[in-house]
Ligand binder design. Structure first.
Ligand code: TRP
Ligand code: SF4
Length: 337
């Protein structure tokens, strides 16, 4: 029996990028026989935005509503909040004792995040990386604790997170070497993320204001996708285009039947159809896909107690497992009673 662990930072309401990039994969995994732990990585928000924490609570709830509405089933998986399980922090402390700083300083994903936040320059050298906050530099160690405390065998993540899971394995190996075999080395289960550009062709992101949110109404979805960027060559109706150069067509790839793909591709290349007609073929699928999510969301919004109960129950289950691992860890390290 395999144990799966993954977390998401609470950024609030989710968009199509989250749905196809992670959530649908989690929902697929819950159907397998193993045990799954999916959590709100709320401490991780403080690693990049320690001065801006006011929305963490509301964003966490919004995110969990979208998880449940999309079909994550609290009867089958353990859904919980990282900060509710203090054992993660204790394990993080102990793992930090055996993690050489160079393992952190060379982490490409941390560097990229720091660059995106404007904390270091494009071509930052090690000295610059060393100016980052301790918590940001060390967040992959916290992530390792998140994973190891449940003795995960697999961690489903996007490719950007792979260096963190590699670090997790290195830390687990060292721990087991020093103190005896406690942790399995988890596998990285790379999620094949289909390309989902935002409405303007850039990466889909709430902060770019170019996202189709899971909660958008059918009308909003239709309006947004109708004005989504297409192949710029199709200036006039009879200019031919190429679906491969069309941001909107990435959604066709996900949502349309092979016959529809064939029809619109030919129509695009011959200028036989206009972009709006082409997008209509895809838009109706997106709306139909999100419709059941909307319906479940309505119930979750009118009964806030559901999310409260799910988290309360999930926290209890996660805590029991984490507490058991920590008593083994303390014993192994020599801190047992
Ligand atoms: N760092 C991850 C992200 O930014 C979130 C995360 C925190 C995570 N802890 C984790 C993912 C443990 C997988 C396993 O997306
Ligand atoms: Fe994109 Fe379709 Fe327009 Fe071609 S016809 S550019 S695939 S929207």
């Amino acid at each position: 029996m395999k144990t799966i662990v993954s977390g998401m930072r609470p950024t609030g309401r989710l968009h199509l990028g989250h749905l196809h990039g992670a959530l649908r994969n989690w929902i697929r995994l819950q159907a397998d026989s193993g045990r799954c732990f999916f959590f709100i990585a709320d401490w991780h928000v403080l690693t990049t935005k320690p001065e801006d924490t006011g929305a963490i609570g509301a964003n966490s709830r919004e995110m969990v509503i979208d998880w449940l509405a999309a079909g994550l089933d609290p009867e089958r998986v353990i859904i919980f909040r990282q900060s509710a399980i203090k054992e993660h922090a204790e394990l993080h402390l102990l793992l930090s004792m055996i993690t050489p700083t160079p393992w952190l300083v060379r982490n490409p994903t941390v560097k990229e995040q720091a660059r995106d936040l404007g904390l270091i320059q494009e071509e930052a050298d090690e000295a610059q990386v060393m100016t980052l906050n301790y918590g940001l530099l060390g967040y992959p160690v916290l992530q390792s604790a998140d994973v190891l405390i449940y003795k995960a065998n697999g961690v489903p993540v996007g490719i950007d997170q792979a260096p963190h899971i590699e670090l997790t394995r290195e830390i687990a190996r060292r721990f087991n070497n020093y103190y005896g075999e406690v942790f399995p080395e988890p596998q990285t289960l790379i999620t094949e993320v289909p390309k989902i550009p935002g409405l303007d062709g850039r990466k889909m992101s709430k902060s770019f204001n170019n996202a189709v949110m899971l909660r958008d109404s059918a009308k909003e979805i239709d309006q947004k996708l109708s004005r989504m960027m297409t192949d710029p060559r199709r200036v006039r109706r009879n200019d031919a285009g190429d679906p491969n150069d069309c941001p909107a067509f990435n959604l066709h790839r996900i949502y349309c039947t092979p016959e529809e793909i064939d029809y619109v591709s030919k129509g695009c290349r011959s200028a036989g159809i206009g972009c709006l007609d082409c997008k209509k073929v895809m838009i109706k699928h997106v709306i139909a896909d999100l419709e059941p999510i909307h319906q479940r969301r309505v119930e979750l919004e009118t009964k806030p107690q559901i999310v409260t109960d799910v988290l309360e129950h999930g926290n209890q289950q996660a805590r029991a497992v984490a507490a058991e691992t920590m008593s083994q860890v303390r014993q192994a390290v020599g801190l047992g009673g």
